[in-house]
Design a protein around this ligand. Structure first.
Ligand SMILES: [Zn+2]
Length: 254
């Protein structure tokens, strides 16, 4: 069993060849550590189902936002497969950074789907509505329809992407409930059926070079501990959000 070594204010020592923290190898060790702490992993859609029947004592909701790199999303799925866990991968349709229908990306996303992971819609509907002068709801319906046809799936979940427009795609949900539009959840929605963010320990790599975490929706200032370290605290509901492009084999610029 791998034993974490804490150095430099609580960062894991990758203990192998890399000087860097956010390696695929280190991530895999940390996620394995979550499981060794007794967590049961689930997707976002799986969380909705489990919540209905009663959550396990230690529940880990595994979310991935594909902001930039589909190939690296494939790498994360490979790690999940090796660990025997499922995750939810939110897919953008309007990224400058990737085309989900490119030859390689489509292949990777289909493989993620076929491995039993959830594909969800990474929403940029306020950006679309503003830039294109279109109705946000119409944009949402069209995108979800496209994503469902692309991958022959039923999209049950939406998560809002935070891009570079200065607009907040989450604003779309002001005054709307996901269930009103036929969805099981939105990533941050606080409806009774989901209500995840304000009731969990949330650990994210969204600052790229360091972790940040929220306890029941409140930022825990200065807490840069990693997923593995938080798992050791055995928070009953652990929610991780990771981005494929954060991770690398040897260094960020490879
Ligand atoms: Zn995003």
């Amino acid at each position: 069993m791998w034993v974490p070594v804490q150095i430099q204010g609580g960062h894991y020592n990758p203990a192998m060849s890399s000087n860097f923290h956010f390696t695929f190898q280190n991530l895999k060790r940390q996620l394995a550590d979550v499981l060794e702490n007794g967590y049961q992993c689930t997707t976002c859609a799986g969380y909705v189902e489990l919540k209905r029947i009663g959550l396990p004592p230690l529940t880990w909701v595994n979310r991935v936002d594909i902001d930039v790199s589909v190939p690296k999303a494939g790498r994360l799925a490979g790690i999940f497969d090796e660990l025997g866990v499922k995750g939810t991968f939110f897919v953008r349709l309007h990224a400058n950074e990737y085309n989900p229908f490119s030859f390689e990306n489509y292949k990777v996303l289909k493989a993620i789907r076929d491995a039993g992971h959830e594909l969800g819609y990474h929403s940029e509907v306020i950006d679309q509505a503003t830039i294109w002068d279109e109705d946000a709801l119409a944009c949402l319906r069209r995108d979800v329809d496209v994503l469902e046809r692309m991958f022959d799936i039923k999209v049950v979940g939406v998560a809002s992407h935070g891009g570079m427009t200065g607009l907040n795609n989450l604003d779309f949900w002001n005054g709307k409930k996901p269930s009103d539009l036929g969805f099981a959840y939105e990533g941050y929605d606080e409806e009774e059926e989901f209500g995840l963010f304000n009731n969990c320990y949330y650990v994210s790599d969204s600052e790229w070079t360091r972790w940040k975490c929220y306890n029941n929706g409140q930022l825990v200032g200065g807490d840069r501990r990693s997923i593995g370290e938080h798992a050791a605290d055995k928070h009953p509901l652990l929610h991780t959000l990771i981005h494929p492009e954060t991770y690398f084999d040897a260094h960020f610029y490879e």
